[in-house]
Design a protein around this ligand. Structure first.
Ligand code: NAD
Ligand code: IPM
Ligand code: MN
Length: 361
Protein backbone atom coordinates (compact mmCIF):
# COMPACT_ATOMS: atom_id res chain seq x y z
CA UNK A 1 0.00 0.00 0.00
CA UNK A 2 1.33 3.40 -0.98
CA UNK A 3 2.13 5.93 1.78
CA UNK A 4 2.29 9.70 1.48
CA UNK A 5 5.33 11.30 3.09
CA UNK A 6 5.74 15.06 3.37
CA UNK A 7 9.28 16.37 3.64
CA UNK A 8 9.71 19.80 5.25
CA UNK A 9 13.39 20.74 5.27
CA UNK A 10 12.97 24.15 6.94
CA UNK A 11 15.79 26.53 7.78
CA UNK A 12 19.48 26.72 8.65
CA UNK A 13 20.97 23.22 8.62
CA UNK A 14 17.47 21.83 7.84
CA UNK A 15 18.04 21.45 4.07
CA UNK A 16 21.54 19.97 4.61
CA UNK A 17 20.48 17.24 7.03
CA UNK A 18 17.29 16.55 5.10
CA UNK A 19 19.22 15.94 1.86
CA UNK A 20 20.99 13.06 3.64
CA UNK A 21 17.82 11.73 5.27
CA UNK A 22 15.95 11.65 1.95
CA UNK A 23 18.83 9.71 0.34
CA UNK A 24 18.32 7.08 3.03
CA UNK A 25 14.53 7.19 2.68
CA UNK A 26 14.66 6.66 -1.04
CA UNK A 27 17.15 3.77 -0.62
CA UNK A 28 14.85 1.88 1.77
CA UNK A 29 11.82 2.74 -0.38
CA UNK A 30 13.45 0.87 -3.29
CA UNK A 31 14.99 -1.91 -1.25
CA UNK A 32 11.82 -2.81 0.66
CA UNK A 33 9.30 -1.87 -2.07
CA UNK A 34 7.58 0.62 0.25
CA UNK A 35 5.85 2.51 -2.57
CA UNK A 36 6.34 5.89 -0.90
CA UNK A 37 4.91 9.00 -2.46
CA UNK A 38 7.18 11.82 -1.27
CA UNK A 39 6.19 15.50 -1.50
CA UNK A 40 8.28 18.47 -0.44
CA UNK A 41 7.02 21.80 0.86
CA UNK A 42 8.21 24.99 2.54
CA UNK A 43 7.90 25.69 6.24
CA UNK A 44 9.34 28.22 8.69
CA UNK A 45 11.59 31.06 7.63
CA UNK A 46 12.06 29.64 4.13
CA UNK A 47 8.27 29.77 3.69
CA UNK A 48 8.06 33.30 5.12
CA UNK A 49 10.66 34.47 2.61
CA UNK A 50 9.01 32.76 -0.36
CA UNK A 51 5.32 33.10 0.46
CA UNK A 52 4.93 35.43 3.44
CA UNK A 53 3.74 32.77 5.90
CA UNK A 54 5.56 30.22 8.08
CA UNK A 55 2.91 27.65 7.19
CA UNK A 56 1.56 28.30 3.69
CA UNK A 57 -1.82 26.80 2.77
CA UNK A 58 -0.26 24.25 0.38
CA UNK A 59 2.09 23.02 3.11
CA UNK A 60 -0.73 22.75 5.62
CA UNK A 61 -2.97 20.83 3.19
CA UNK A 62 -0.14 18.43 2.32
CA UNK A 63 0.62 17.98 6.04
CA UNK A 64 -2.99 17.06 6.80
CA UNK A 65 -3.09 14.59 3.90
CA UNK A 66 0.26 12.92 4.68
CA UNK A 67 0.64 9.56 6.40
CA UNK A 68 3.81 10.91 8.01
CA UNK A 69 5.88 14.09 7.97
CA UNK A 70 9.63 14.43 8.12
CA UNK A 71 10.84 17.83 9.33
CA UNK A 72 14.37 19.30 9.51
CA UNK A 73 14.32 22.39 11.73
CA UNK A 74 12.90 25.90 11.63
CA UNK A 75 13.94 29.34 12.82
CA UNK A 76 16.93 31.62 12.78
CA UNK A 77 18.05 35.15 13.61
CA UNK A 78 16.63 36.52 10.36
CA UNK A 79 13.06 35.98 11.59
CA UNK A 80 13.54 36.56 15.34
CA UNK A 81 11.99 40.02 15.37
CA UNK A 82 8.69 39.11 13.74
CA UNK A 83 5.56 39.11 15.91
CA UNK A 84 5.45 35.80 17.88
CA UNK A 85 2.54 34.28 15.96
CA UNK A 86 4.29 34.85 12.62
CA UNK A 87 7.68 33.45 13.59
CA UNK A 88 8.89 30.13 12.13
CA UNK A 89 8.62 28.41 15.53
CA UNK A 90 5.10 29.43 16.54
CA UNK A 91 3.59 30.15 13.12
CA UNK A 92 5.13 27.05 11.50
CA UNK A 93 6.26 24.24 13.79
CA UNK A 94 3.92 24.72 16.78
CA UNK A 95 0.99 25.26 14.44
CA UNK A 96 1.55 21.93 12.69
CA UNK A 97 1.93 20.18 16.05
CA UNK A 98 -1.27 21.74 17.41
CA UNK A 99 -3.43 21.48 14.28
CA UNK A 100 -2.53 17.83 13.76
CA UNK A 101 -2.91 17.10 17.48
CA UNK A 102 0.58 15.62 17.75
CA UNK A 103 0.50 15.60 21.54
CA UNK A 104 2.88 12.70 22.20
CA UNK A 105 6.54 13.44 21.65
CA UNK A 106 8.91 10.47 22.02
CA UNK A 107 12.56 11.40 22.42
CA UNK A 108 14.79 8.35 22.87
CA UNK A 109 18.27 9.07 24.21
CA UNK A 110 20.53 6.13 23.43
CA UNK A 111 24.28 6.11 23.78
CA UNK A 112 25.85 4.17 20.97
CA UNK A 113 28.83 2.42 22.60
CA UNK A 114 31.10 3.82 19.87
CA UNK A 115 30.32 7.35 21.15
CA UNK A 116 31.17 6.83 24.82
CA UNK A 117 34.15 9.19 24.38
CA UNK A 118 32.02 11.87 22.70
CA UNK A 119 29.76 12.33 25.71
CA UNK A 120 30.75 15.07 28.10
CA UNK A 121 30.08 12.63 30.94
CA UNK A 122 32.38 9.85 32.09
CA UNK A 123 31.96 6.63 30.06
CA UNK A 124 30.93 4.63 33.17
CA UNK A 125 28.10 7.11 33.87
CA UNK A 126 26.62 6.86 30.36
CA UNK A 127 27.67 3.49 28.93
CA UNK A 128 24.62 1.42 27.98
CA UNK A 129 22.31 4.42 28.35
CA UNK A 130 18.88 3.84 26.80
CA UNK A 131 16.15 6.14 28.10
CA UNK A 132 12.97 7.50 26.58
CA UNK A 133 11.56 10.94 27.30
CA UNK A 134 7.84 11.23 26.62
CA UNK A 135 7.10 14.93 26.33
CA UNK A 136 3.58 16.39 26.13
CA UNK A 137 3.70 18.54 23.00
CA UNK A 138 0.48 20.44 22.39
CA UNK A 139 -0.42 21.84 25.79
CA UNK A 140 1.07 23.34 28.93
CA UNK A 141 2.67 26.75 29.09
CA UNK A 142 3.46 26.73 25.35
CA UNK A 143 -0.21 26.96 24.44
CA UNK A 144 -2.04 28.17 27.57
CA UNK A 145 -3.89 31.48 27.66
CA UNK A 146 -4.06 34.25 28.58
CA UNK A 147 -0.63 35.17 27.30
CA UNK A 148 1.06 38.29 26.11
CA UNK A 149 2.90 41.43 27.11
CA UNK A 150 0.84 44.27 28.62
CA UNK A 151 1.48 47.69 30.08
CA UNK A 152 0.35 48.12 33.68
CA UNK A 153 -1.22 51.30 35.09
CA UNK A 154 2.17 52.13 36.54
CA UNK A 155 3.54 52.25 32.99
CA UNK A 156 5.68 49.18 33.60
CA UNK A 157 5.40 46.29 31.09
CA UNK A 158 4.51 42.77 32.20
CA UNK A 159 4.93 39.52 30.29
CA UNK A 160 2.63 36.62 31.12
CA UNK A 161 1.88 33.03 30.11
CA UNK A 162 -0.44 30.44 31.54
CA UNK A 163 0.61 26.96 32.55
CA UNK A 164 -2.50 24.83 32.17
CA UNK A 165 -3.28 21.15 31.62
CA UNK A 166 -6.74 19.62 31.48
CA UNK A 167 -7.27 16.18 32.95
CA UNK A 168 -7.88 14.67 29.51
CA UNK A 169 -4.60 16.07 28.20
CA UNK A 170 -2.75 14.49 31.12
CA UNK A 171 -4.56 11.19 30.68
CA UNK A 172 -3.68 10.79 27.00
CA UNK A 173 0.02 11.55 27.42
CA UNK A 174 0.08 9.42 30.57
CA UNK A 175 -1.40 6.44 28.74
CA UNK A 176 1.13 6.81 25.95
CA UNK A 177 3.96 6.85 28.48
CA UNK A 178 2.64 3.86 30.48
CA UNK A 179 2.25 1.90 27.24
CA UNK A 180 5.80 2.78 26.22
CA UNK A 181 7.17 1.79 29.65
CA UNK A 182 5.26 -1.50 29.48
CA UNK A 183 7.08 -2.36 26.22
CA UNK A 184 10.48 -1.40 27.68
CA UNK A 185 11.89 -1.77 31.19
CA UNK A 186 8.54 -1.32 32.99
CA UNK A 187 9.56 1.81 34.91
CA UNK A 188 8.00 5.24 34.47
CA UNK A 189 9.17 8.41 36.19
CA UNK A 190 6.75 11.33 36.03
CA UNK A 191 8.55 14.66 36.30
CA UNK A 192 6.71 17.68 37.68
CA UNK A 193 6.94 20.65 40.03
CA UNK A 194 4.11 19.50 42.30
CA UNK A 195 5.70 21.15 45.33
CA UNK A 196 4.77 24.55 43.86
CA UNK A 197 2.53 24.42 40.79
CA UNK A 198 -1.12 23.34 41.07
CA UNK A 199 -1.17 22.30 37.41
CA UNK A 200 1.45 19.68 38.17
CA UNK A 201 -0.23 18.66 41.42
CA UNK A 202 -3.12 17.58 39.18
CA UNK A 203 -0.60 16.00 36.77
CA UNK A 204 0.78 13.88 39.63
CA UNK A 205 -2.67 12.88 40.85
CA UNK A 206 -3.78 11.81 37.38
CA UNK A 207 -0.58 9.78 36.84
CA UNK A 208 -1.27 7.99 40.16
CA UNK A 209 -4.86 7.24 39.11
CA UNK A 210 -3.72 5.93 35.72
CA UNK A 211 -1.13 3.67 37.29
CA UNK A 212 -3.96 1.44 38.58
CA UNK A 213 -4.52 0.38 34.95
CA UNK A 214 -0.83 -0.52 34.57
CA UNK A 215 0.07 -2.74 37.53
CA UNK A 216 3.04 -4.06 35.57
CA UNK A 217 4.61 -0.58 35.38
CA UNK A 218 6.38 0.88 38.39
CA UNK A 219 5.48 4.59 38.65
CA UNK A 220 7.66 7.10 40.48
CA UNK A 221 7.61 10.90 40.69
CA UNK A 222 10.42 13.43 40.69
CA UNK A 223 10.59 17.21 40.82
CA UNK A 224 11.99 18.69 37.64
CA UNK A 225 14.96 20.40 39.29
CA UNK A 226 16.06 17.12 40.83
CA UNK A 227 15.40 15.32 37.51
CA UNK A 228 17.76 17.71 35.71
CA UNK A 229 20.41 16.95 38.32
CA UNK A 230 19.79 13.17 38.28
CA UNK A 231 20.03 13.11 34.47
CA UNK A 232 23.62 14.22 34.63
CA UNK A 233 24.47 12.45 37.91
CA UNK A 234 23.14 8.96 37.20
CA UNK A 235 21.08 8.91 33.99
CA UNK A 236 20.82 5.11 33.83
CA UNK A 237 18.43 5.12 36.81
CA UNK A 238 15.70 6.16 34.31
CA UNK A 239 13.76 3.99 31.89
CA UNK A 240 10.88 6.20 30.66
CA UNK A 241 10.33 9.80 31.77
CA UNK A 242 6.97 11.48 31.19
CA UNK A 243 6.65 15.22 31.57
CA UNK A 244 4.98 18.37 30.31
CA UNK A 245 5.86 20.43 27.28
CA UNK A 246 8.43 22.87 28.62
CA UNK A 247 10.12 20.56 31.13
CA UNK A 248 10.38 17.93 28.36
CA UNK A 249 11.94 20.43 25.99
CA UNK A 250 14.64 21.30 28.49
CA UNK A 251 15.30 17.81 29.85
CA UNK A 252 15.60 16.32 26.35
CA UNK A 253 18.34 18.75 25.36
CA UNK A 254 20.18 17.82 28.57
CA UNK A 255 19.67 14.11 27.80
CA UNK A 256 21.02 14.71 24.30
CA UNK A 257 24.48 15.46 25.66
CA UNK A 258 24.53 12.09 27.42
CA UNK A 259 24.50 10.50 23.96
CA UNK A 260 27.42 12.55 22.71
CA UNK A 261 25.56 15.27 20.82
CA UNK A 262 22.17 16.72 20.14
CA UNK A 263 22.95 15.73 16.57
CA UNK A 264 22.19 12.12 17.59
CA UNK A 265 18.67 12.56 19.03
CA UNK A 266 15.66 11.73 16.83
CA UNK A 267 12.02 12.21 17.77
CA UNK A 268 8.48 11.17 16.91
CA UNK A 269 5.45 13.38 17.55
CA UNK A 270 2.31 11.28 17.44
CA UNK A 271 -1.44 11.81 17.47
CA UNK A 272 -3.85 9.43 19.16
CA UNK A 273 -3.84 7.14 16.08
CA UNK A 274 -0.07 6.98 15.70
CA UNK A 275 0.08 9.34 12.73
CA UNK A 276 3.11 11.48 13.20
CA UNK A 277 5.77 13.98 12.42
CA UNK A 278 9.41 13.00 12.77
CA UNK A 279 12.24 15.41 13.41
CA UNK A 280 15.62 15.67 15.08
CA UNK A 281 15.44 17.22 18.57
CA UNK A 282 17.92 19.92 17.64
CA UNK A 283 17.25 23.24 15.94
CA UNK A 284 18.41 24.96 12.78
CA UNK A 285 21.92 25.56 14.20
CA UNK A 286 22.52 28.93 12.51
CA UNK A 287 26.10 28.93 13.82
CA UNK A 288 27.08 26.05 11.52
CA UNK A 289 24.48 26.34 8.74
CA UNK A 290 25.78 26.13 5.17
CA UNK A 291 29.17 24.78 6.25
CA UNK A 292 28.62 21.04 5.82
CA UNK A 293 29.31 20.52 9.54
CA UNK A 294 25.87 19.39 10.75
CA UNK A 295 25.40 15.84 11.94
CA UNK A 296 22.60 14.27 9.86
CA UNK A 297 22.25 11.14 12.04
CA UNK A 298 19.40 12.49 14.24
CA UNK A 299 17.37 13.11 11.09
CA UNK A 300 18.33 9.76 9.56
CA UNK A 301 17.33 8.05 12.83
CA UNK A 302 14.05 10.01 12.68
CA UNK A 303 13.42 8.33 9.30
CA UNK A 304 13.83 5.01 11.09
CA UNK A 305 11.33 6.10 13.77
CA UNK A 306 8.88 7.12 11.03
CA UNK A 307 9.14 3.70 9.39
CA UNK A 308 8.65 2.01 12.75
CA UNK A 309 5.81 4.06 14.23
CA UNK A 310 3.75 5.41 11.32
CA UNK A 311 4.40 2.92 8.52
CA UNK A 312 4.91 -0.30 10.53
CA UNK A 313 8.01 -1.09 8.44
CA UNK A 314 10.01 -2.55 11.30
CA UNK A 315 12.51 -4.36 9.09
CA UNK A 316 13.36 -1.18 7.16
CA UNK A 317 13.68 0.77 10.44
CA UNK A 318 16.05 -1.85 11.90
CA UNK A 319 18.02 -1.79 8.67
CA UNK A 320 18.68 1.95 8.96
CA UNK A 321 19.58 1.76 12.65
CA UNK A 322 22.04 -1.05 11.93
CA UNK A 323 23.62 0.99 9.13
CA UNK A 324 24.13 3.92 11.53
CA UNK A 325 25.87 1.60 13.99
CA UNK A 326 28.16 0.29 11.24
CA UNK A 327 29.11 3.82 10.21
CA UNK A 328 29.98 4.65 13.82
CA UNK A 329 31.94 1.36 14.05
CA UNK A 330 33.98 2.46 11.07
CA UNK A 331 34.90 5.66 12.88
CA UNK A 332 33.04 8.21 10.76
CA UNK A 333 32.31 11.32 12.85
CA UNK A 334 30.95 14.79 12.17
CA UNK A 335 32.58 17.49 14.31
CA UNK A 336 30.02 17.34 17.13
CA UNK A 337 30.81 13.67 17.90
CA UNK A 338 34.47 13.68 16.90
CA UNK A 339 37.12 12.16 19.14
CA UNK A 340 40.81 11.28 18.73
CA UNK A 341 41.57 8.64 16.10
CA UNK A 342 38.24 8.95 14.24
CA UNK A 343 37.57 10.18 10.68
CA UNK A 344 36.19 13.70 10.57
CA UNK A 345 33.51 13.88 7.86
CA UNK A 346 31.10 16.45 6.46
CA UNK A 347 27.31 16.24 6.53
CA UNK A 348 27.12 14.73 3.05
CA UNK A 349 30.04 12.36 3.64
CA UNK A 350 28.21 11.05 6.70
CA UNK A 351 25.05 10.57 4.61
CA UNK A 352 27.08 8.78 1.94
CA UNK A 353 28.67 6.54 4.58
CA UNK A 354 25.21 5.52 5.82
CA UNK A 355 24.16 4.84 2.26
CA UNK A 356 27.27 2.71 1.67
CA UNK A 357 26.51 0.75 4.85
CA UNK A 358 22.91 0.25 3.72
CA UNK A 359 24.12 -1.00 0.35
CA UNK A 360 26.61 -3.39 1.95
CA UNK A 361 24.04 -4.96 4.31
P1 NAD B 1 20.18 24.42 18.06
O1 NAD B 1 19.75 23.05 18.44
O2 NAD B 1 19.86 24.86 16.68
O3 NAD B 1 21.76 24.56 18.28
C1 NAD B 1 22.37 24.41 19.56
C2 NAD B 1 23.84 24.01 19.37
O4 NAD B 1 23.89 22.66 18.91
C3 NAD B 1 24.56 24.84 18.33
O5 NAD B 1 25.89 25.05 18.72
C4 NAD B 1 24.51 23.97 17.08
O6 NAD B 1 25.58 24.18 16.18
C5 NAD B 1 24.55 22.56 17.67
N1 NAD B 1 23.84 21.61 16.82
C6 NAD B 1 22.50 21.50 16.67
N2 NAD B 1 22.21 20.55 15.78
C7 NAD B 1 23.37 20.04 15.37
C8 NAD B 1 23.70 19.00 14.45
N3 NAD B 1 22.79 18.30 13.77
N4 NAD B 1 25.01 18.73 14.25
C9 NAD B 1 25.96 19.40 14.92
N5 NAD B 1 25.71 20.39 15.81
C10 NAD B 1 24.41 20.71 16.02
O7 NAD B 1 19.54 25.41 19.15
P2 NAD B 1 19.54 27.03 19.20
O8 NAD B 1 20.85 27.55 18.75
O9 NAD B 1 19.05 27.34 20.54
O10 NAD B 1 18.42 27.45 18.17
C11 NAD B 1 18.68 27.87 16.84
C12 NAD B 1 17.35 28.07 16.09
O11 NAD B 1 16.69 26.81 15.93
C13 NAD B 1 16.37 28.97 16.82
O12 NAD B 1 15.72 29.77 15.87
C14 NAD B 1 15.40 28.00 17.46
O13 NAD B 1 14.14 28.55 17.69
C15 NAD B 1 15.36 26.92 16.44
N6 NAD B 1 14.99 25.58 16.94
C16 NAD B 1 14.18 24.84 16.12
C17 NAD B 1 13.85 23.54 16.47
C18 NAD B 1 12.97 22.74 15.56
O14 NAD B 1 12.71 23.17 14.45
N7 NAD B 1 12.51 21.58 15.97
C19 NAD B 1 14.37 22.99 17.66
C20 NAD B 1 15.21 23.78 18.46
C21 NAD B 1 15.52 25.07 18.09
C1 IPM C 1 12.03 21.52 20.00
C2 IPM C 1 12.20 23.01 19.83
C3 IPM C 1 10.87 23.70 19.76
C4 IPM C 1 10.15 23.48 21.09
C5 IPM C 1 10.91 25.19 19.43
C6 IPM C 1 11.66 25.48 18.17
C7 IPM C 1 9.54 25.78 19.33
O1 IPM C 1 13.01 23.53 20.84
O2 IPM C 1 11.37 20.89 19.15
O3 IPM C 1 12.57 20.97 20.96
O4 IPM C 1 10.40 24.19 22.06
O5 IPM C 1 9.32 22.58 21.14
MN1 MN D 1 13.94 22.03 22.09
Amino acid sequence: MSSKILVLAGDGIGPEIMAEATKVLSFVDNKFGLDLHVDEALVGGAAIDAEGSALPERTFELAKAADAILLGAVGGPKWDNLPPAERPEKGGLLKIRAELDLFGNLRPAILYPQLADASSLKPEVVSGLDILIVRELTGGIYFGGPRGIRTLDSGEREGFNTYVYSESEIVRIGRQAFEAARKRGGRLCSVDKANVLEVTMLWREVMEELSKDYPDVELSHMYVDNAAMQLVRAPKQFDVIVTGNMFGDILSDAAAMLTGSIGMLPSASLDINGRGMYEPCHGSAPDIAGQGKANPLATILSVAMMLRYSLAQIEAADFIERAVEKVLDKGYRTGDIFSEGCKLVSTSEMGDAVLAALTAQ
